[in-house]
Design a binder for this molecule. Structure first.
Ligand code: 4NP
Length: 164
């Protein structure tokens, strides 16, 4: 969890990205949105974090292939994987799932109808893509990681504009 106190001290926008392992897609989304926010001088207004529905990679850095692909675009990914927790549903105001499976898992985990309304699909922020989800690159080749980064950059730019 990034800067735990920020959850308590009340940032304007609190966004949690969620995928399965929290080592490929969601930490990349976190790094990309953080870069956009920082570039726009809005660091103090945003709390951005990521988590996974599967806890098997807890404590791990993002996948080496994702870190390399992201670094080539200027994103340094230092997040440590962690599973989604119940408190996340109260601490964040937007919880963004990378694919339908993540979305369904989050809907089952949500402790109330009210908190379930915070769950959105990343594809809702796509523009100009034919995809309806962010595909899992874990078993893909290098092209898969580039595709994921293309989709995430597009979605994060649009998400930032929605929240500004
Ligand atoms: P992610 O990718 O959900 O984008 O982090 C995956 C990472 C690990 C596994 C699956 C997907 N895994 O099966 O370990």
């Amino acid at each position: 969890m990034k800067n735990n106190n920020s959850v308590k001290t009340g940032k304007k926008h609190k966004i949690l990205f969620v995928c399965l392992g929290n080592i490929c897609r969601s930490p990349a989304a976190e790094g990309i949105l953080q870069a956009i926010v920082d570039r726009n001088g809005r660091t103090g207004d945003f709390l951005i974090d990521s988590a996974g529905t599967y806890s098997g990679h807890r404590g791990d850095l993002p996948d080496r292939r994702m870190r390399s692909a992201a670094a080539r675009r200027g994103y340094v990914l230092t997040h440590r994987a962690r599973p989604v927790t119940m408190t996340d549903f109260f601490d964040f105001d937007l919880i963004i799932a990378m694919d339908d499976s993540n979305f369904t898992d989050l809907m089952h985990l949500a402790p109330s109808v009210e908190t379930s309304r915070k769950i959105k699909r990343m594809s809702a922020y796509f523009s100009g893509h034919t995809f309806d989800h962010v595909p899992d690159p874990y078993y893909m080749g290098a092209d898969g990681f580039e595709l994921v980064l293309d989709l995430l950059e597009d979605a994060c730019n649009n998400l930032y504009l929605c929240l500004e």
